[in-house]
Design a protein around this ligand. Structure first.
Ligand code: FAD
Length: 397
């Protein structure tokens, strides 16, 4: 089968690119997805904090209202503190925004994007279809799947996640830093209402975040722990797990009474050394993974998708080969300029709160004091994190 573009991986960034291409170009697009389609959307503990920039992408693609109709919760405040009582918070009013971001279940976004793609005959998703071989040729890439199908594409987009098969087969080297930590993700019920506040407590063992869900008494937990401890906490009985969480949050927020759907994820910082090769472009977790403490991984992937769409769209308008290295290099430079500071910044925050040497503690406390004393600086960083910054793709503006 011949296609202009094959996107490997039907996660949120991959499907977003497919929808943008289907809506604004006549290119034939195939999405290969190893898993089955997300059927009637069902509850899932995996959620993402979506920034205003990501919301604008979904709005411009005409799917925001459908996403909003699923389980979604805006948050208007972020409160962070450490065990020594140092704290910082961010309010949407001080940034002149209606919300700092939105908590959405990942599957809800996938479901809406899948449904939206059905209206376009130029784009097709091949579910339960895993890429198993890739051969690079000068003017096309040949892809074979475990279903026995063979695809030929002028451009292959690797949207196949942190363990990207495309990246590996294209012999792109990966820089990897293992945090030796896992994030326990779950949905919890508290006795107090969350009041649309996202909370994060930086413990010596790692950050614990509570993200508000559409039910006022339910929040999504992301608890980072050293690997061995994470395993112990995963094995705890639900009541004991709730007690451990109550110890962290009772003074600042609430008692935790129910925990559901515990899953754990190994945490690494990854960066592919090359973002593109002739006829191959990486995006999302295939290109980079970051620590979840700032809730940016999915948002970075969505900006990758929006930028790649714009580069392809412009290339077509100028009758250029959108799979050529010269065109794809523009995408690589653009995303590096945006992804690099974000990725390094998140890693610094992680180090700053993880280390407890006197010097680093002093830097941390002084840094928080400066940010609290100078709201202009604090608001600059907050606006940057929620996607109010220069150089974004048109879809995200
Ligand atoms: C604990 C945790 C909390 C997080 N919280 C946030 C948050 O609040 N905000 C945020 O922005 N980000 C967050 N993230 C990051 C976010 O979840 C990821 O960045 C995002 O899901 C990456 O999407 P992706 O499509 O690139 O990869 P994935 O979601 O991994 O999707 C890759 C897809 O490719 C498919 N695939 C893989 N290999 C093949 C193959 N060979 N053939 C065909 N298909 C294949 C897979 O089945 C999968 O569907 C969090 C991450 C973690 C671990």
């Amino acid at each position: 089968m011949k296609h202009d573009i094959v996107i490997v991986g039907g996660g949120v960034p991959g499907l977003t690119l497919a929808l943008a291409l289907a809506q604004s170009t006549s290119l034939s697009v195939a999405v290969l997805e190893a898993r089955d389609c997300v059927r009637l959307f069902k509850r899932d503990a995996r959620v993402s904090a979506i920034t205003q920039a990501s919301k604008r992408i979904f709005k411009k693609l005409g799917v925001w209202s459908a996403i909003h109709a699923q389980a979604i919760q805006s948050f208007t405040r972020i409160e962070c503190w450490d065990e020594a009582g140092n704290e910082i918070d961010f309010h949407c009013e001080t940034l002149a925004m209606s919300a700092l971001g939105y908590i959405v279940e990942n599957q809800a976004i996938q479901f809406v994007l899948q449904e939206a793609l059905q209206s376009y005959c130029t784009a097709q998703i091949f579910y339960s279809t895993k890429l198993i071989a890739l051969h690079e040729k000068e003017d096309a890439i040949m892809l074979s799947t475990d279903t026995g199908q063979v695809f030929h594409a002028k451009l292959v987009v690797a949207a196949d996640g942190a363990m990207s098969f495309v990246r590996e087969r294209a012999q792109i080297i990966l820089d990897k830093k293992d945090y030796n930590e896992e994030a326990i993700v779950a949905t919890i019920t508290t006795t107090a209402m969350h009041e649309q506040i996202a909370r994060q407590c930086f413990l010596k063992t790692g950050p614990v975040a509570l993200l508000p869900l559409s039910d006022s008494y339910r929040t999504s937990l992301v608890w980072t722990l050293p690997t061995a401890e994470a395993k112990q906490y995963m094995d705890l009985k639900p009541d004991d797990f709730c007690k451990a969480l109550t110890c962290v949050f009772s003074k600042r927020f609430s008692e935790v009474v129910v925990v559901e759907g515990r899953q754990s994820f190994r945490l690494c910082k990854q960066q592919a050394q090359q973002c593109v090769k002739p006829r191959i472009a990486l995006l999302g977790d295939a290109l980079h993974t970051v620590h979840p403490l700032a809730g940016q991984g999915m948002n970075m992937g969505l900006l990758d998708a929006a930028a790649l769409f714009e580069i392809i769209h412009t290339a077509i308008a100028h009758h250029r080969d959108f799979g050529s290295h010269a065109v794809l290099r523009r995408y690589a430079r653009w995303r590096k300029a945006d992804n690099f500071p974000m990725s390094v910044g998140i890693d610094w925050i992680k180090q700053l709160f993880a280390a407890n040497t006197p010097v680093i503690s002093l830097v941390r406390v002084s840094g928080l004091q400066i940010l609290n004393r100078f709201p202009t600086i604090k608001n600059y960083f907050a606006r940057y994190a929620v996607g109010e910054r220069n150089g974004l793709p048109k879809l995200a503006q």
